[in-house]
Design a protein around this ligand. Structure first.
Ligand code: ATP
Ligand code: MG
Length: 137
């Protein structure tokens, strides 16, 4: 079993979609090992997205991720990294099919409702960024 890091982004928390998204996660068979509602500081958002520091959209991404509370979750399942990315759908909500989280709850390439780790290695460090082992189920 694998654990991945998921975030319900500020657009989706603002729109009242936390419950709908958590329902999809549990319906899809993930075990919710950790969950925090928090408003990221600039420093936390910049640290979390440090790999994107040189990208043109970095400032916009950090502004967005600090624009309101997010829900940070650790999700366990077989092949969790891939399974959660499949459930989210493609990065750009405009390209994401109905039935995916980004298709149903996101708006565009920036405001796309959810984050997921992109590899098992990054999942380990992203989970550790937000959760102490003793806080995980
Ligand atoms: P995430 O890492 O959030 O799960 P992803 O792996 O599908 O998304 P990345 O390429 O890692 O996509 O981009 C990280 C995030 O940066 C995206 O989810 C999106 O919010 C934002 N982003 C990506 N591309 C753009 C862009 N061209 N303009 C604005 N924001 C963008
Ligand atoms: Mg990514």
């Amino acid at each position: 079993l694998e654990t991945t890091l998921a975030i319900i982004k500020p657009d989706a928390t603002r729109a009242g979609n936390i419950g709908h998204i958590v329902q999809r996660i549990t319906d899809a068979g993930f075990r919710l090992r950790g969950m925090r509602l928090m408003h990221l500081t600039r420093q936390q958002a910049e640290g979390f997205y440090a790999v994107h520091r040189e990208r043109s959209f970095f400032g916009e991404l950090v502004d967005f991720m600090c624009s309101g509370p997010v829900v940070v979750m650790a999700l366990e399942k077989e092949d969790a990294v891939r399974a959660w990315r499949d459930l989210m759908g493609p990065t750009n909500s405009k390209d994401a099919p109905k039935g995916t989280i980004r298709g149903d709850f996101g708006t565009d390439v920036g405001e796309n409702a959810a984050h997921g780790s992109d590899s098992p290695e990054n999942a380990v460090s992203e989970v550790a960024f937000f959760f102490a082992t003793s806080d995980l189920l």
